[in-house]
Write a protein that binds this ligand. Structure first.
Ligand SMILES: Cc1cc2nc3c(=O)[nH]c(=O)nc-3n(C[C@H](O)[C@H](O)[C@H](O)COP(=O)(O)OP(=O)(O)OC[C@H]3O[C@@H](n4cnc5c(N)ncnc54)[C@H](O)[C@@H]3O)c2cc1C
Length: 462
């Protein structure tokens, strides 16, 4: 009889867990994966995918408006929120089924239950109270929205989870948060026609992004009529039937039909049995502490993806899951390289970014050259839309290596995915310059910016 019931027990059927289970099964492991909600996890069910569908849907407003400058007469367009939700739900159900089929095809077994850890080789399924022993346990339980400190009326506040299932489009919505989820939903609701107010406690939105990007996105969003109030927080939410009054720390208040918080997410580590098994938490971020191979403080237990709270992005969770399976079951040690991960904010306009910001580069390198341009995109010349694109390259002035690329404008995410290859390959500014432009595009600016717009040289004594 085998020593353990399975070789691998994965807790969580999201991006990372699914990839790990499939690859491990491919390496011949007897793998089992538990999911308490829906297969596919956050990204597929209530994250990246439905979000992007909403972004695409909401962007049609601009398309209809811009069409006039090109000769089109577009009759007053109507929008039906329930149709959007129903079609989105249909697509998500299709993806969920595809995830299930793919896992089953790989030979891994799915159990629809919450799983908790009993000891370093045992999990318990809450659905039937059954215990399963495993040579290895992989924790891939992801994260969840975090509403922060409790305030009066917090029970009226929705998160992104509920925003995907609202019965109707709110006429007015207040969104607290300055990160990518808050701004993406601000663009979504504004595009569909809601009156949107963003509340953020810091002095500017998109903390951690390049300063020029932060300023540019804010200006562009404000031009579209989104109100952004910084330096204040929500202190109380009062309900009056179907509407709410949101009170702010600056003494003012705002009426709306919905109040949403997107102020952060916490790793799903609670009530998992971590203490029982001796799995340590990283004191710096509250996620499960792991080494370069995603191994926790217990040698038979690994953790990947958002539950480790390192880089909370789907492709990172997938890469970590794959690397784990190759390392543990594929006889090939694989470390995930977390440098130069490209990211996007699907705000409107969208942001694409890879590598160092200007501030980070100046802290790490003694000579930093900045190449920056803003321009009116060709479409806006005929549509008349008041909008500008931002492109910025951050270059090591000593080696000429491109350290960072930041863009705000249409297709920024698509462009950044391609530029990320060059940045990852340590391309120099001379390599960019040697590349012939593709005309007429916005991206051609990346290979035609000749003169630095700023040059920072750190004095030896600094
Ligand atoms: C609104 C929103 C938009 C996003 N947009 C993007 C984007 O554009 N690009 C991007 O790269 N990332 C995006 N993300 C982040 C992305 O969704 C996550 O980084 C990714 O899903 C992490 O994968 P994971 O496998 O670590 O966890 P998850 O995908 O969260 O999967 C964890 C799974 O574990 C299950 N689970 C938890 N506990 C248990 C238990 N005890 N037993 C059984 N099952 C359990 C959960 O139900 C869940 O299905 C977005 C997130 C949100 C919320």
């Amino acid at each position: 009889m085998a020593e353990f019931d399975v070789d691998l027990f994965v807790i969580g059927g999201g991006s990372g867990g699914v990839r790990a289970a499939r690859i491990a099964a491919g390496h011949g492991a007897r793998a089992m994966i538990a999911e308490e909600y829906r297969m596919g996890g956050t990204c597929v069910i209530r994250g990246c995918v439905p979000k992007k569908l909403f972004v695409i849907g909401s962007h049609f407003r601009q398309e209809f408006e811009d069409a006039a400058g090109f000769g089109w007469t577009v009759p007053s367009a109507g929008f039906d929120w329930p149709t959007l939700i129903a079609n989105k739900d249909k697509e998500i159900a299709r993806l969920e089924a595809a995830y299930t089929t793919n896992v089953e095809k790989s030979g891994a077994q799915i159990v629809k239950s919450r799983a908790v850890i009993e000891d370093k080789h045992t999990v318990r399924l809450l659905e039937n109270d059954k215990k399963i022993t495993a040579r290895y346990i992989l924790i891939a339980t992801g994260g969840a929205p975090n509403h922060g400190a409790s305030i009066p009326g917090i029970e009226h506040v929705i998160s992104s989870n509920e925003a995907f299932h609202l019965k109707e489009l709110p006429k007015r919505i207040v969104i607290q948060g300055g990160g990518y989820i808050a701004l993406e939903f601000a663009g979504i609701f504004a595009g569909f026609g809601s009156d949107v107010t963003v509340i953020y406690r810091g002095d500017n939105i998109l903390r951690g992004f390049d300063e020029d990007v932060r300023t540019h996105v804010r200006t562009e969003m404000e031009k579209q009529g989104i109100t952004i109030l910084t330096g204040c927080t929500v202190t109380r939410v009062d309900r009056h039937g179907e509407s709410f009054t949101t009170h702010l720390s600056n003494g003012s208040s705002i009426g709306s039909e919905q109040v949403m918080f997107a102020i952060g997410r916490h790793p799903n580590v609670a009530n998992l049995g971590l203490e029982k098994a001796g799995v340590a938490i990283n004191p710096n971020n509250g996620g499960i502490a792991v080494d370069h191979f995603s191994r926790s403080s217990v040698d038979s237990i690994y953790a990947i993806g958002d539950v480790t709270h390192r880089f909370n992005l789907t492709p990172v969770a997938i890469r970590e899951g794959h690397a784990f399976a190759d390392t543990v079951f594929g006889k090939r040690e694989v470390r995930v390289d977390h440098a130069n991960i490209p990211t996007a904010v699907f705000s409107q306009p969208e942001v694409g970014t890879v590598g160092l910001t200007e501030t980070e580069a100046r802290a790490q390198f003694s000579r930093v050259d900045i190449y920056k341009t803003t321009f009116r995109p060709i479409k806006a010349t005929m549509s008349g839309r008041d909008t500008r694109v931002l492109m910025k390259l951050v270059v090591d002035g000593t080696t000429d290596r491109v350290l960072g690329c930041h863009m705000v404008g249409d297709a920024a995410a698509e462009i950044t995915q391609a530029v990320a290859i060059a940045v990852k390959m340590k391309a120099t500014k001379a390599d960019f310059d040697a590349t012939i432009a593709l005309h007429p595009t916005a991206a051609e600016e990346l290979v035609t910016m000749r003169t630095p717009t700023a040059r920072h040289v750190r004095q030896a004594a600094e």
